[in-house]
Design a protein around this ligand. Structure first.
Ligand code: AMP
Ligand code: ZN
Length: 132
C-alpha cells in the first residue's frame, strides 16, 4: 500500500481518488510543475490550447470543505497557477484560473483543483447552459 494508515486517517490521501493517485505517482500524468504542496499537470481532455490542473498533494474534496487551515495552501495554489501560466507562455496574453465547485459547475473529480486555461480567447465566464 502506498499511503500510511496515519495519512489515511488524517484524510491526507483517499485510496480511490484519481488525483490522489496521480499526485502520489501511482497513475501517470503529463507533469509540468511540482513542489512540496502541489502538482501541476496537463488536463487529459483539454478545453483550451493550454489547460493545466493545479492539484494539492493533500486530499481536499471540495472548496466548501476547505477550512481556515487551508488558506495558505489555497493561496499557494493560485500563485502556482500564475507560475504555470508564465511557464506555459500564456502570461502576457491572459488566462483564467478556475475552480469548479459541485454539480452546477460540472465538478467531476472530487479532489480540489484549479484549472489554468489560456492560449487563445476564452468563452464568456460562467455562461449558463440553460435559461436563467
Ligand atoms: P472538474 O470538472 O473541475 O472536476 O475537472 C476535472 C478535470 O480533470 C477535467 O477537465 C478532466 O478532463 C480532468 N481529468 C480527468 N482525468 C484526468 C487524468 N487522468 N489526467 C489529467 N486530467 C484528468
Ligand atoms: Zn484525492
Amino acid at each position: 500500500m502506498w499511503w500510511t494508515a496515519e495519512e489515511e486517517k488524517q484524510q491526507l490521501r483517499q485510496p480511490d481518488c484519481l488525483f490522489c493517485r496521480i499526485v502520489h505517482g501511482e497513475l501517470p500524468s503529463t507533469q509540468i510543475y511540482e513542489d512540496e504542496q502541489c502538482v501541476a499537470f496537463n488536463d487529459i481532455n483539454p478545453v483550451a490550447n493550454v489547460h493545466a490542473l493545479i492539484v494539492p498533494r493533500e486530499h481536499v474534496t471540495y472548496l466548501i470543505g476547505a477550512t481556515e487551515q487551508h488558506e495558505p495552501l489555497i493561496g499557494h495554489l493560485m500563485r502556482v497557477g500564475a507560475r504555470v501560466a508564465r511557464q506555459t507562455g500564456i502570461e502576457d496574453a491572459g488566462y483564467r484560473l478556475a475552480v469548479n465547485q459541485g454539480v452546477d459547475a460540472g465538478q467531476i473529480v472530487e479532489h480540489l483543483h484549479i484549472h489554468v486555461l489560456g492560449g487563445g480567447q476564452l468563452d464568456q465566464l460562467g455562461t449558463p447552459l440553460g435559461p436563467i
